[in-house]
Design a protein around this ligand. Structure first.
Ligand code: PDD
Length: 276
């Protein structure tokens, strides 16, 4: 299959990244994951828009603009004949001898992208189990940065406890997941952390907010405490890769009946109706 390497489409064995790439040294870069449904990218403009915003927040100027990025990723998906899958794209600040401060103007960002194909027969995922994990990340979680060490550690901790995802909390206030946003339902109202520097403003989250508006589902963008979550009627998580995924258990305690509740189900139907 083909890869995107800056402005070129290259075969697997032609990809070469410098050992001095700042992504490798520092995680100095940004990324996106975009779902492909039936050969079409879902919310591509939003993802690419967020990527350029993330780049701007770390003061990195990409060598070409969002329109060109969109057409390149579209071509990559076509070249690789992706029907169901995703495209991963990242940009690092480029390759230069290892000093922390930015390299000179002559050093340009390195963009790479690959596609991943999903099995043709979709696997319906089981409701997720969560493990609460202390959110020890930095204070700019709004940036979709390549620096994912705290996310990796949290996910691994959850994984070792037999859970799919970590439920991150700062001093008992639930923020999000290690690679997802989190939502609880209590007395018919959906609760989720407001958009701030403590969470990634998820594209799936945005689609969910839109769905809620359309179906008249009340939402409160208010943080939940870790104590709150154990007594929620329903709970679900959202991400590009999993869409809306119901949660059955948190820290070994069943959420509601442990099966997807009515609010989650209605929302999932509204969400699915938006997919290409
Ligand atoms: N993760 N929060 C974090 C920390 C994330 O890394 C992600 C996405 C989300 C959900 O955002 P979106 O709905 O835009 O995918 C929330 C991607 C999928 C990943 O790292 O693989």
């Amino acid at each position: 299959s083909m890869y995107l390497m800056n402005d070129r489409f290259v075969k697997n064995d032609e990809v070469s990244i410098s050992i001095e790439d700042r992504g490798y040294y520092f995680g100095d870069g940004v990324y996106e994951v975009i779902r492909v449904y039936g050969g079409i990218m879902f919310t591509a403009e939003e993802h690419i828009g967020r990527m350029y915003e993330s780049a701007e927040k770390i003061r990195m100027t990409l060598p070409y603009g969002p329109e060109e990025m969109l057409s390149k990723l579209t071509r990559l998906i076509e070249e690789n004949a992706i029907r169901e899958g995703h495209v991963y794209v990242q940009a690092t600040r480029g390759s230069a001898p290892r000093v922390h401060q930015f390299p000179g103007e002559d050093i340009t960002p390195v963009i790479t992208a690959y596609t991943k194909s999903y099995p043709e027969v979709p696997v319906v995922p089981e409701p997720a189990k969560l493990k609460s994990v202390d959110d020890v990340r930095w204070l700019r979680c709004d940036i979709k940065s390549l620096n994912l060490l705290a996310n990796v550690m949290a996910k691994q901790e959850a994984h070792e406890a037999g859970c799919l995802e970590a439920l991150l909390h700062r001093d008992g206030t639930v923020t999000e997941g290690s690679s997802s946003n989190m939502f609880g339902v209590k007395d018919g109202v959906i609760y989720t952390h407001p958009v701030s520097n403590f969470i990634l403003n998820g594209i799936t989250r945005r689609v969910i907010m839109q769905c809620c508006e359309e179906i008249g589902q009340p939402v409160a963008e208010e943080p939940m405490s870790l104590e709150d979550v154990y007594s929620m009627d329903e709970f679900f998580m959202s991400s590009t890769t999993n869409g809306i995924l119901p949660v059955s258990e948190i820290d070994g305690q069943k959420v509601g009946e442990g099966t997807p509740g009515p609010v989650t189900k209605r929302l999932m139907a509204a969400f699915e109706a938006k997919l290409p």
